[in-house]
Structure formats: C-alpha cells, structure tokens
Design a protein around this ligand. Structure first.
Ligand code: CP
Length: 358
C-alpha cells in the first residue's frame, strides 16, 4: 500500500474541505482510469484485496452499480450491508432495542475488517431533519479508522459532483468564463434532497466557473452553501449569482442543470440537544411545488442557452416534470456521460483514499 495526501481521509463534504488542486488531481486520475478502462488494461492490483462496505438507506441505481463495479475493477471486494438486514445504524436517541446498533459501535466493528465505508442516507431515513444524515456520516467518521465515503446525504452528493465536473471538463476543457446554471425544476415528488444542487453549486464555483443558482422563492439553498460559493467566486475571479427567473438564468449558459429539490422550511427541525422541535410538513411542501409547475426544462428554454451548451441531470429524472423528452433525449443532453463518469470518478476517490497502488 502506498500513502499519499489523500490516504485515509473522509469524502463527506469535499466541496468544503478539499482544495481546488485536490479536485483537479482527482479529475486527472479519473480521466486516466477511464482511459485505462477503455484500453481494457488490468487495474486489479490497485486495491487488491481491499474491502468496501456499502450501506444504502435509500434507493440507488447509479451509485450502487458504479461503486460495486469500480471496486471490483480495482481488485477489491464490495460488500453491501443493507440497513434492516444488519442492525440499522442509529445515533443516540434514535435507537430501538435489537433493531438498531449505535453508529459508534458499527463504525468500530467495520473498521476492524474493512478498508472504507460508503453510506447513502437522507429523507425519511434521517427523520426529514435537514442535516441529520450529514451529522450521522460525521459521527461515523469520528469513530471509524477507515475512510467514510458520502454516497449522498441530505447536504452533499460529492461523488456526483466529481463525475459532473469530469463530464464538463471533457466537453469544454477550460472551465474559465463558462456559465454553469443549477436550477430548481418541478417534480411530482417532494422527496429529492438538497445534496445534488448544493454540490452542483459548490464544485463548479470551487473550480472557477461562473455559477448561477435559479430557484423559486422558498427553494433557497443552505446559506452556508451560497456564502461559500461567493467566497470561491472571489478567489477565482469568477461570479456567483442567484435569481428566481429560470429563463434569464438560461441565457447564454454553457451548462444547465435543472433538477428538483425540497423546501427546507417544511422539513422537521431539532434543537441542539437532538430533540425534534417541529415535524416535517410534506403536504405544505407539495402545495408550494404545485405553484411552480412551469419550472420545467423544455425545448423553448433550451433555445436560450449557448449553441454549444449542454443539459445535465444526475438521474433519475422525472420526465415531463423536470424535463421534456426531446431535451433529455436530445443532442445537448450529456446525462449518460454523467452516469458513466460516476464509475471513473469513484474509482479515483477509492484509489486515493484507500491508498491504492497507482
Ligand atoms: N445520481 C444518482 O446518485 O443516482 P442513483 O440515485 O441511482 O444512485
């Protein structure tokens, strides 16, 4: 095993605590691993014999398939620990006798036998309390001796963001002076978390793109995120703007990323002692969604973007709600490149954090 400056670190909120240069290194390694995969090179020595434990509290197609495929291509083992079939990891105050096991115990047990723990958790699994899942991942990290990888929590989805930045890099090469629009879009479900839009606002800001956040009133992102985007824009001599006008945001954009997310005011809340002080109001949130059904990415809006501009979505997309078929299936759509790049991005993350032979 070789060590490097990434070795042993967690991948929970790298949008905040990995540098621009570190993101660029990861993108370069993902590109290299993608090329080696295309050339059918054997990369099974990189994480030979290492074990990734994966825990999904929520559904997944892309994340599950690409982590499983990726670790196997690097020579490691993928073991999925399904919450409910294992004792569901729980924080103090949320435990049920003989059904849950305290996070601190789960983390220390898995640290004795595995090499990294990857976790997905948001929504109902985190009691509809914004930030609860993110805190749970941090608690795992506190007790774990091996890296914790965020496979999407209720604040960030950094694996998606890395794959998205790789995709943008492949299309435009130079990110400077490129306009990236992350926009809210309508969905028939109110359950999509903040993770993708917050990571999608931060990662391009960190890497120097001109970022615009478009959302109706009530769908603002976490102020911590927008503040950080402004700081990154200042550091990069780029820009970060916020608007409630989807069409205006789309004008001359190089990248548009319209997708749905919830409205935080309707989530449950808890006090600093971890006690719930307000229940989630999903019906109230639904009513707010219904007022904004015109926030759909259609062919008319796509006419506003740069002629070489691209349409992005992390998938799964709600067709005829977030986006029309001609757009997502059209020539400007790169959604399947993004899905494919999840494999290469996550191989880069695992290879570096788990001390792979590179
Ligand atoms: N984009 C994404 O994370 O997809 P899955 O929910 O299928 O993993």
């Amino acid at each position: 095993m070789r060590t490097n400056k990434f070795y042993g670190r967690d991948w929970i909120s790298p949008e905040l605590n990995y540098s621009k240069e570190e993101w660029e290194s990861l993108i370069r390694l993902a590109e290299e691993l993608k090329t080696r995969f295309a050339l059918n090179e054997d990369t099974s020595n990189i994480l030979d014999g290492q074990t990734l434990y994966a825990m999904f509290f929520n559904s997944s197609l892309r994340t599950r398939s690409t982590f499983a495929t990726g670790i196997q291509q690097l020579g490691g083992n993928y073991i999925e620990l399904e919450p409910g079939k294992t004792y569901t990891p729980a924080r103090k105050g949320y435990e049920i006798p003989y059904k849950t096991e305290r996070v601190s115990d789960v983390a220390r047990v898995l640290s004795r036998t595995g090499d990294a723990i990857a976790i997905r958790m948001y929504g109902k699994a985190s009691h509809w309390i914004y930030g609860f899942a993110h805190e749970t991942l941090k608690e795992f990290a506190h007790w774990s001796d091996i890296p914790i990888i965020n496979m999407e929590d209720d604040v960030f989805h950094p694996c998606q963001a890395l794959a998205d930045m790789l995709t943008i890099k492949e299309k435009f090469h130079d990110l400077k002076k490129k306009k990236f629009v992350i926009s809210w879009a309508y969905s028939g479900s109110v359950e999509k978390p903040y993770a993708v839009p917050q990571s999608a606002a931060l990662a391009p800001s960190l890497l120097g793109m001109d970022v615009v956040l478009a959302r109706p009133k009530g769908f603002e992102l976490d102020p911590m995120v927008t503040q950080k985007c402004k700081e990154y824009a200042q550091q990069n001599n780029s820009s970060f703007e916020e608007t409630d006008d989807m069409e205006a945001a789309f004008e001359n954009a190089h990248v548009v990323y319209p997708k749905s997310w919830g409205a935080r005011n309707y989530f449950a809340q808890y006090d600093k002692n971890g006690n719930k002080t307000k229940e989630a109001d999903l019906e109230g949130m639904k009513a707010l969604f219904e007022k904004n059904k015109d926030w759909i990415c259609d062919e008319e809006k796509m006419k506003l973007i740069d002629k070489n501009g691209i349409y992005m979505h992390c998938l799964p997309a709600d067709r005829d709600m977030e986006v029309t078929d001609p757009v997502i299936d059209g020539p400007q759509s790169v959604v399947f490149d993004e899905a494919e790049n999840r494999l290469h991005a996550q191989k880069a993350i695992m290879a570096l954090l788990m001390g792979g032979r590179l």
